[in-house]
Design a binder for this molecule. Structure first.
Ligand SMILES: Nc1ncnc2c1ncn2[C@@H]1O[C@H](COP(=O)(O)OP(=O)(O)O)[C@@H](O)[C@H]1O
Ligand SMILES: [Mg+2]
Ligand SMILES: [Zn+2]
Length: 279
């Protein structure tokens, strides 16, 4: 990757705490891991910085509670950050801190420049709407209004994620877990975003279903050359898809590099443990 390449997404010093903090934890003194036992504040993301480059899959791995989902929620404006900056190449040429934009502008960014797939399909889909209706919802949010065009685009997308087009009118609640994730992926891709956020998309699925969804993501990524941030607690998932990887522990990025390098020569003790458990 060329050093002068412009990142699609750039995150600088992102912090997210749940709670007000107190005199004891504000300088880190009383913290137990990322938690202050005196005032109960959780420091879920601590000074997280990274870039995502065009067409790359950036993996984020870490144990449960390490702050991965909070980070993704902040990136998608589902949560307000406590501090930090985010820049998108496709938004004012990467010159405006997204976190300082109005909620209306943030909605625009979310609808036009990003797609997100949640671990829990209930978060990403209306279970009683038709599948194609779920896709149309995102298209409408991104400014579409031509019904015929949305219908065509919806069918094209369902086809892309291997959902039989004749099932387009069925609601996701009738679908298996793997199919629900496929519908979420179709929806997230519908507005042709340059950036896709995937939070534990295969967690909880049967291994064979997990593999087929990961294969789908891989082939879509190649076809569309989209940039992806892929979050998982499972280094096996990250290994399958991520070009580069960040390792999070207790809200901090403790290690980052090419995925192959991290797998071959992990530096941090925690990463060594993760890699070891994969073998
Ligand atoms: N809404 C919330 N209120 C309070 N604490 C939260 C909230 N959401 C997450 N946390 C805490 O933030 C930390 C990071 O959680 P999370 O981002 O879900 O981790 P991960 O996705 O890596 O498992 C955890 O300690 C969690 O309990
Ligand atoms: Mg999570
Ligand atoms: Zn405190």
């Amino acid at each position: 990757m060329a050093e002068f390449e412009v990142p699609v997404l750039s995150i600088k010093n992102l912090n997210k705490q749940f709670g007000k903090g107190c005199l004891h934890c504000q300088d880190g003194e009383s913290l137990v891991k990322n938690y202050c036992p005196i005032c109960g504040t959780v420091y879920a993301c601590r000074d997280v910085s990274f870039d995502v480059f065009p067409g790359e899959v950036l993996g984020i791995v870490g144990e449960s509670g390490s702050g991965k989902s909070t980070l993704m929620q902040c990136l998608y404006f589902d949560q307000e950050v406590s501090a930090g900056e985010a820049y998108l190449a496709d938004y004012h040429h990467g010159e405006r801190n997204l976190f300082q934009e109005s909620s209306q502008q943030q909605r625009y960014i979310r609808n036009h420049i990003m797609g997100k797939v949640y671990q829990n399909p209930l978060m990403g889909l209306k279970m009683n709407f038709s599948s194609i209706g779920n896709i149309a919802e995102k298209l409408i949010a991104a400014g579409s209004h031509h019904v015929g065009m949305m219908e065509n685009r919806g069918m094209e997308l369902l086809n892309k994620v291997n959902i039989p087009v004749h099932r387009r009118k069925e609601a996701p609640k009738n679908f298996s877990g793997g199919m629900q994730q496929r519908v979420q992926i179709a929806k997230a891709l519908s507005n042709r975003p340059p950036l896709l956020l995937l939070d534990e998309v295969t967690t909880g699925l049967d291994l064979s279903v997990q593999a087929s969804v990961l294969d789908l993501i891989k082939s879509l990524q190649r076809e569309l050359n989209i940039s992806i941030v892929l979050v998982s607690h499972d280094l096996g998932v990250i290994r399958m898809l991520a070009d580069r990887t960040l390792v999070m522990l207790e809200g901090k990025v403790i290690e980052q590099g090419l995925t192959d390098q991290i797998l071959e020569d992990p530096q941090h003790q925690y990463t060594q443990q993760l890699v070891h458990s994969l073998l």
